[in-house]
Design a protein around this ligand. Structure first.
Ligand code: HEC
Ligand code: HEC
Length: 342
């Protein structure tokens, strides 16, 4: 297997290099669908992919016993049957408690430079342990979860075999991240249009919509690359009219310019992941387009790239047709059998 050349990418304290996909004679081939450029995937050197690790991560991802009352798993809020989201405005965790943010898709999240709407986690590994202890999500303690995993023979033996020791918070995160690095959306009509140069993959309306997306509507100022996202932070003004608005990226950097800025979401499977935006406040794609027509919601930190755009009703319909042509093959992964509790 060839090893694509990519410069080491330093982010915060975490250093990523492109690691070989082979471990101890095992070559793990990640199944990238059409349109998803696997050559730019930065794998952390200390978490190589193996089939056994991915299989363990999948069990952990689907196991509600990692939550306080054994009712909530990662898959509850990132459900493969719902475009790997929960299709709610904001998520509901243990005991029906609500968070304040919309659950993004896990699909293609391996390509994020930073995880979460505000980028507070530098990797999938760093992200994975957060929800377990978040009182609004799985509401558990990592100490309890790790001890429990080591009390379940079926888990303990897998950790031993894969990592050479008992489960720890570190290896728990590594296994879940390895599983997440296997799930991608691609092969959408748009991917077939760009990759196969297949003109017929897009309807005439979607093709006109693409021209608007790249042209007059200026969407590609932020929505670029194969996942249609620059993966950095912008203030569109969403939610900024609240009394105590979510300040997004500012809560991480404490820099004034980042107030109300959120990570640009990827634009895939949009018909499956409504409602939209970091707070789930926008119910439909039509309303998303209307927000851009007026240039976002005025506030002191509005991104200067947000300017009103003139779109006729026909233009809006074309743009919508293009956004719908970004629906791909989302992997429908069935929940695995889980190790029996002692
Ligand atoms: C109660 C619902 C809930 C549960 C359970 C949950 N998540 Fe999330 N997840 C969210 C929400 C909401 C966000 C966005 C939070 C934010 O940005 O502050 C998120 C963000 C993420 C992201 C970042 C994606 C991106 O594009 O930035 C990943 C990856 C993720 N979750 C994976 C997981 C994993 C793995 C688990 C299980 C260990 C898990 N989640 C459990 C609701 C949930
Ligand atoms: C200045 C950068 C920028 C421009 C220009 C821009 N977007 Fe966005 N887009 C974002 C950000 C950032 C968000 C998330 C904002 C939030 O949640 O507060 C977003 C959210 C979205 C969403 C919701 C996706 C989801 O999963 O919640 C859609 C759809 C979308 N944009 C489409 C478009 C279209 C169509 C255009 C052109 C008319 C466009 N965007 C122009 C940055 C931009």
């Amino acid at each position: 297997m060839t090893r694509p050349a990519l410069a080491a990418l330093a982010l915060g304290s975490a250093l990523f290099t492109l690691a070989p996909l082979a471990v101890a004679g095992e070559t793990y081939i990640i199944p990238f669908p059409k349109g998803v450029d696997g050559s730019v995937l930065a794998l952390p050197e200390d978490n190589p992919m193996t089939a056994a690790k991915v299989a363990l991560g999948k069990q952990l991802y689907f196991d509600p016993r990692l939550s306080k009352d054994a009712t909530v798993s990662c898959a509850t809020c990132h459900d493969p049957a719902k475009g790997w989201t929960d299709q709610r405005a904001v998520s509901t965790g243990v005991g029906g408690k609500h968070g304040t943010r919309n659950a993004p898709t896990v699909l293609n999240s391996a390509f994020n430079y930073l995880q979460f709407w505000d980028g507070r986690a530098a990797s999938l590994e760093a992200q994975a342990v957060g929800p377990i202890e978040n009182p609004l999500e799985m509401a558990d303690s990592l100490t309890r979860v790790v001890a429990w995993l080591n009390s379940v023979p079926g888990y303990r033996s897998q950790f031993q075999q894969i990592f050479g020791g008992p489960a720890t918070a570190d290896t728990l995160a590594k296994a879940i991240a390895a599983f997440e690095r296997t799930v991608y959306s691609g092969n959408s009509p748009y991917d077939r249009y760009t990759q196969d140069k297949d003109e017929t993959a897009l309807t005439p309306a979607a093709r006109r919509g693409l021209a608007l997306f790249e042209g007059k509507a200026r969407c590609t100022q932020c929505h670029v690359g194969f996942d249609l996202s620059d993966r950095v932070f912008h203030n569109l003004g969403v939610g900024m009219d609240k009394k105590e608005p979510d300040l997004g990226r500012f809560t991480v950097t404490h820099e004034d310019k980042d107030k109300g800025a959120f990570k640009t979401p990827i634009l895939r499977d949009l018909t499956k992941t409504a409602p939209y935006m970091h707070d789930g406040s926008v119910a439909t794609l039509e309303e998303v387009i209307d927000l851009y027509v007026v240039g976002g919601e005025a506030n002191p930190w509005l991104d200067p790239k947000m300017q009103p755009v003139e779109l006729s009703d026909a233009d809006k319909a074309d743009l919508l047709a293009f956004l719908k042509a970004l629906d791909g093959d989302t992997p429908v992964v069935t929940p695995p059998a889980l190790p029996a509790a002692p």
